[in-house]
Design a protein around this ligand. Structure first.
Ligand code: NAD
Length: 493
């Protein structure tokens, strides 16, 4: 991909610059160069408050006719979008690699997105129920779209979040305003260019780029937005909840941060556990919500496990995310890089033994400019330390030990997060017993994040969120429920 990129906002099926021609810079985290150069000034369109108003107004105007269509009619453009995201998967992979350093070798997002667009193109037949349990009445409940739904997504897998939220929301009859992340706006911008071509009427899907404190906050506070689906940090989730409470109490759906524990019992397949837990925390350079960033290994196998894990971490191919041989790219941007390196320094200062898997910097092409962070393993860390408690969102893992099942459960649950927990054991009775006690929205038995299932609820307990998304669950978030009491008179059945 060569030459300057020009990004715009999609409002009412028109690609437009920000109303005040505001833009912001996007730098490649690998080369340090400016990624996008727009025609209006230099870079990515920064949606203004006026743009938020225009996008919400467009969605509101589109809602009556869009929601009146049959599910099959609403499904047609979704089906077309599924075809396009697959056909253009290489370019989409390049755009995320450029924007936030995601290695193209790890780009599964088009397949994921196509599955969601395809599924909701056919499966959106919301139904209420009927009741004859009130004498003299034939009662029923209706499930109806909200109207304008806002969607705010993070940067670590933008197309995944775009599709898993937009597809069920519009299939249910809502019209949406999506705000992409300032760290990775390019795939959303690319998809926005296909909305009209797919056949979505003007205003049904509006796509804004910009920062949280302008357009994100404006959507969260907007009186015409009736529901908001958000994936991102727990900190931002709190801000959105407050904005919702202070405006119109819009329904909020949250998929938030994590500090996932993995428990490795001494009867586990240690090689498998090391391979999968290493992949979980190091995949996407540690920038995954459901990564197992805390690993607890039973005393007798800790040394063996740690040696296997370290060997795998050392064999990661760091470097240029656009090179198909790379499986470990840079951190997404300078802020992210500073945050992760700050935690590493903190860990070195406060933690116990440290194994640093740093390679020789000269081995990594581009390492002079790249925001690469080598995998770092901390062992025997105090449970109260910040690196054991807080989400780092980088290739940094804590490997601690436990003696008994009770101790393992206590350590795993001693967290304000509860997104994904994993356990490895050959004893299935123990697996069920421990699985039941883990305070987590998802539990992997002899598997770990990102392993999941299309048809099971994805989401977290405690500070990790309030929503449950999946092919079967997601549409519920975008439907209001109404009870209709219909007096029909008469007696008897
Ligand atoms: P973030 O919270 O910083 O930003 C997410 C989005 O919120 C961005 O689009 C941002 O512009 C916007 N935003 C920021 N402040 C806002 C505000 N005040 N009002 C409205 N919008 C605002 O998160 P991030 O750094 O983009 O993503 C990383 C975080 O996301 C991690 O905590 C990770 O665990 C979490 N995450 C969770 C899941 C999940 O499914 N549970 C998936 C991926 C990432």
């Amino acid at each position: 991909m060569k030459g300057p990129l020009e990004t715009e906002l999609l409002i009412n099926n028109k690609l437009v610059p920000a109303s005040d021609e505001g833009t912001f810079d996007l730098f490649s985290p690998h080369t340090g160069e400016l990624v996008a150069k727009g025609i209006y000034s230099a870079n990515i369109a920064e949606a203004s408050l006026q743009d938020v108003e225009a996008a919400v107004a467009a969605a509101e105007a589109a809602f009556p006719s869009w929601s009146a269509l049959s599910p099959a009619e609403r499904g047609r453009p979704l089906k077309k979008m599924a075809e396009l995201v697959l056909a253009e998967k290489d370019e989409l992979a390049q755009l995320d690699a450029l924007a936030m350093g995601r290695p193209v070798s790890t780009f599964f997002d088009s397949f994921y997105a196509a599955t969601h667009f395809n599924y909701f193109s056919e499966a959106a037949y919301p139904q209420g129920h009927t009741s004859l349990n009130t004498p003299g009445f034939l009662n029923m409940s209706l499930r109806q779209p909200f109207g304008v739904v806002a969607i705010i997504i993070p940067w670590n897998a933008p197309l995944v979040f775009f599709s898993k939220k937009v597809a069920p929301a519009v299939a249910a009859g809502n019209c949406v305003v999506l705000k992409s992340s300032e760290k990775a706006p390019l795939t959303s911008w690319k998809v926005s260019q296909w909305i009209e071509k797919c056949g979505f009427p003007p205003g049904v899907i509006n796509v804004l780029s910009g920062h949280g404190h302008i357009s994100g906050q404006a959507l969260a506070s907007h009186m015409k937005v009736r529901a908001l689906s958000f994936t991102g940090s727990t900190r931002t989730g709190r801000a959105i909840q407050i904005a919702s409470a202070n405006s119109n109490l819009k329904k909020v759906v949250f998929e938030l941060g994590g500090k996932g524990p993995a428990l490795i019992f001494d009867d586990a397949d240690v090689e498998q556990a090391a391979r999968e837990t290493e992949n979980s925390i190091m995949w996407n350079s540690g920038q995954t919500c459901m990564a197992n960033s805390r690993i607890y290994v039973q005393d007798g196998i800790k040394d063996k496990f740690t040696a296997l894990f370290t060997k795998l971490a050392r064999s990661r191919k760091l470097g240029d995310p656009t090179d198909p041989a790379t499986n470990h790219g840079p951190q997404a941007d300078k802020v992210q890089h500073e945050n992760v390196t700050k935690y590493i320094s903190l860990g070195k200062a406060e933690a116990g033994a440290t194994i640093d898997t740093s390679l020789d910097a000269d081995d990594v092409a581009g390492s002079e400019t790249s925001l690469l962070v080598h995998p770092v393993i901390f062992t025997s860390v105090p449970e109260s330390s910040r690196i054991a408690k807080e989400e780092i969102f980088g290739p940094v893992v804590v490997i601690n030990s436990f003696a008994t099942e009770e101790e393992a459960i206590q350590k795993a649950n001693d967290s304000e997060f509860g997104l994904y927990a994993a356990l490895y054991t050959r004893d299935l009775e123990r697996a069920m017993r421990v699985g039941k006690k883990l305070e987590s929205g998802m539990v992997g038995v002899n598997c770990t994040g990102p392993t999941g299932a299309w048809d099971l609820p994805f989401g977290g307990w405690k500070g990790s969120g309030t929503g449950r998304e999946s092919l079967l669950e997601s549409m519920d978030h975008y439907l209001e429920v109404k009870s209709l009491y219909v007096r029909v008179g008469g007696i008897g059945g």
